[in-house]
Design a protein around this ligand. Structure first.
Ligand code: FCB
Length: 472
């Protein structure tokens, strides 16, 4: 899905009135390890993120999964807040180590939590959107090789069975995995995420086994919830060569687009690995892990593709002062670097704000992989929010981010993209992985000492947009 400059629509119309199609889903997202806390409650076992966070130096400030936003205990009042905001849907993830601790037998207490969560959401008129895997692998499985082992995909299908058989009658939409790129590449190649491994062969195996797990879980979901839309969420990025006339830059862009986007999109939607990337990954053992029948399982039809969008990439093959060298997650790539457009504003995570990249990504998927309904399952920004003495968070920067990205999404719809919903990341401030609690993405501010919730101005803004279904 390589991008030709100027090909995408960048004609957002700041300030103009826009409205979204009827039935458009408005939601917010969280993930179990990031919000639940209560990591020792009701028989939950250790996950790779508990182990990783306990490793000195792995997470900023030594932060861990406790207390997070204590959502495990406060979910009912959190649903009350969602209702006040007028959210139509809540995307949450289910913690495998609560449901099948140590990937062993089902745990009634853990399952009951999600049962209650789903029921209370339905009572509140909010669609439950469940993700089966948002990175909290039971540590017991990592001890046996984690996602680098084929058997983990089958353990994942067993866990999916436990959940789909119990919640399949009530969940409104399923996604199997959240961002397998991060789970495989950040977790197993560059060590920035749990389990903190730096083994490119393990990362390549993990990428394949995650996708196999997706395919196996789709089959399980179909059996228990044949009429419920199901699919997967990928983190997709538009990639441009810094100098399109430079062969080195074009090759660097091909490689980043290949590893980040096509390595997941092609098996999922075309039933093949992209040839160029399969060649690049051959020395890292891709051929050894793919068995007969795997690609057919991975390519099982999906009803929805979730897209998480945060930023785009400008890539060069000639690193120089001012460019940021690519890390080991770009497996086997030498001379790969990222170029920043310093005219663009940045979020507190240092990510450039690039709403037009969202339009580009949606148009590319629509063009290159037609026919799948799309949802933005994450889009959001961290800012150094301050709770004023009056008890307000005036996050005008987040409102501008939301406004520009919703307009960008709307541009894609206007160009014919079948985009059916938007989930802001995140409902609540939470544990931002290796960044700990230092980065705040929420619509709702969380005071981690008192667990007091304060809806930010952005929450009020989004709430108005939802009720009008339009931006003025
Ligand atoms: C995504 C993750 C999500 C959150 C956002 C900021 O990559 O899926 O859990 O951390 O980034």
């Amino acid at each position: 899905m390589s991008l030709q400059p100027n090909e995408a629509s960048t004609e957002t119309k700041p300030g103009g009135a826009i409205s979204f199609p009827p039935g458009f889903v408005w939601g917010a997202a969280t993930a179990a390890f990031q919000v639940e806390g209560a990591t020792a409650a009701d028989g939950r076992s250790e996950s790779i993120w508990d182990r990783f966070a306990a490793t000195p130096g792995a997470v900023v400030n030594g932060d861990t999964g406790d207390p997070a936003a204590d959502h495990y205990r406060r979910y009912e009042s959190d649903i009350g807040l969602m209702r006040e905001l007028g959210l139509g849907a809540y995307r949450f993830s289910i913690a495998w180590p609560r449901v099948r601790p140590d990937a062993g037998a089902p745990n009634a207490l853990g399952i009951e939590f999600y049962d209650r969560l789903v029921d209370r959401l339905l009572d509140a008129g909010i669609e439950p959107w469940a993700t089966l895997y948002h990175w909290d692998l039971p540590q017991a499985l990592e001890d046996k090789g984690g996602w680098a082992e084929r058997s983990t995909a089958y353990r994942f299908a067993e866990y999916a069975e436990t959940i789909a058989s119990r919640l399949g009658d009530r969940v409104a939409a399923w996604t199997t995995l959240n961002e397998p790129w991060c789970a495989a590449m950040l977790g197993y190649a560059n060590g920035l995420h749990a389990p903190g491994r730096t083994d490119p062969e393990a990362a390549v195996a993990a990428a394949h086994h995650l996708m196999l797990g997706h395919g196996l879980a789709m089959d399980v979901i179909r059996r228990h919830a044949p009429d419920t839309p199901a699919g997967i969420t990928l983190n997709l990025y538009p990639v441009v060569a810094s100098d399109p006339s430079s062969a080195a830059d074009a090759d660097a862009a091909r490689r980043v687009d290949g590893l980040q986007n096509r390595l997941f999109l092609d098996p999922l939607l075309n039933g093949t690995y992209p040839e160029d990337i399969a060649d690049d990954l051959e020395p890292f053992g891709l051929d050894h892990v793919v068995r007969d029948g795997d690609l057919a399982a991975i390519a099982a039809p999906i009803d929805l593709l979730g897209i998480n969008y945060y930023r785009g990439y400008e890539v060069t093959g000639t690193p120089r002062p001012g460019t940021e060298p690519g890390g080991p997650e770009w497996i086997g790539a030498r001379n790969l670097a990222f170029v920043s457009d310093n005219r663009l504003p940045r979020t507190d995570s240092g990510w450039q704000v690039q709403p037009d990249g969202l339009t580009t990504t949606l148009l590319q998927i629509h063009r290159d992989y037609p026919g799948v309904p799309l949802y933005i399952t994450e889009n959001g920004a961290s800012y150094p929010d301050v709770l004023s003495e009056q008890g307000e968070v005036n996050d005008h920067d987040r409102i501008a981010f939301l406004d520009s990205h919703l307009r960008a999404a709307h541009d894609a719809i206007a160009a014919g993209v079948d985009l059916r919903g938007y989930f802001y990341w995140s409902l609540l401030d939470n544990f931002e992985w290796a960044e700990g609690y230092a980065k705040r993405f929420g619509l709702i501010h969380v005071d981690y000492q008192t667990q007091r919730r304060t809806p930010k101005q952005s929450a009020n803004w989004l709430s108005r947009v939802i009720s009008l279904n339009s931006i003025g």
